[in-house]
Design a protein around this ligand. Structure first.
Ligand code: BGO
Length: 237
């Protein structure tokens, strides 16, 4: 049985260092379809059945940059079995914006908090359990550079991927926003697979034009959704 795990993270989070540590020399390089952006894949050391796909370094999945489009299309269309999301532990808050968006995709995910050597040197501590609970994912604290906890990350990610299941996103927004998202799912998204509905609802709530076009929403439906969004804008100023 072949398993695919996508590796996603911000630029400079240590993604290339991690990818090399996880795959060694078992890498092959091609291009993403239709563009000249490099696509790297590799076999996970110790797990010959697992293919790792290195996604472009990105800050979010919301903009129209080529890298974000490639990552988003891959994650939505190729249905990898899991995501390893690498975040820079010395810059956690900024990195978690992407994490929130990845968690909405309904794909099993493991959070690799990197640069723990630097975090420890600074005397800071990361509450991995609280972080994991907030997103409903497992957290592994690693140093890609020093190769600490890399085998543990590989083991946990493979385990998550082997379940070949979907994951219902756990992260919750404020009450009014959740109400709007629920309503958007109900009026516009009931034909989409259940695990993807939240992703689409959040994107429609963000007035993401790519997603609006992809779903071919009628003007009437768009107006309906716009009412939900405006209501929240009023409520939360
Ligand atoms: C340079 N710990 C520490 N301390 N550094 C790390 C770790 C870690 O666990 N993981 C990665 N780095 P990329 P993207 C560099 O290149 O993998 C460092 O963009 C330098 N280079 O070594 O490239 C890694 O693929 C000169 O640092 O990230 C690299 O996500 C001086 O984080 C940087 C200092 O890693 C980015 C660092 C000429």
């Amino acid at each position: 049985m072949s398993i695919t795990i996508a590796v996603a993270g911000n630029p400079n989070s240590g993604k290339t260092t991690l990818f090399n540590a996880l795959t060694g020399s078992n890498q092959y390089v091609g291009n993403w379809p239709g563009v000249t952006v490099e696509k790297k894949e590799g076999i996970l050391i110790g797990h010959p059945e697992v293919v790792l796909v290195d996604l472009p370094g990105i800050y979010s999945l919301s903009t129209n940059s080529l890298e974000e489009e490639l990552a988003r299309d891959y994650l939505l269309e190729s249905n990898p079995d899991a995501i390893i999301n690498i975040v820079d532990g010395t810059n956690l808050e900024r990195n978690l914006y992407l994490t929130t968006q990845l968690a909405e995709l309904g794909i099993p995910m493991v959070l690799a908090v990197n640069m723990m050597d630097e975090v420890e040197k600074s005397g800071a501590k990361i509450d991995g359990a609280a972080l994991g609970n907030a997103f409903g994912v497992q957290v592994v604290e690693i140093s890609a550079l020093r190769e600490t906890q890399i085998d543990e990350l590989a083991r946990i990610a493979t385990q998550a991927a082997q379940k070949k299941g979907h994951f219902l996103p756990l992260h919750r927004f404020s009450g009014g926003v959740e109400h709007a998202l629920g309503h958007i799912e109900e009026v516009a998204l009931h034909q989409q697979p259940e695990h993807k509905q939240r992703w689409y609802a959040v994107k429609l709530f963000e007035r993401n034009e790519l997603v609006e076009a992809e779903l071919s929403l009628s003007a009437e439906l768009k107006a309906h959704i716009e009412q939900d969004i405006r209501q929240c804008e009023l409520e939360y100023d």
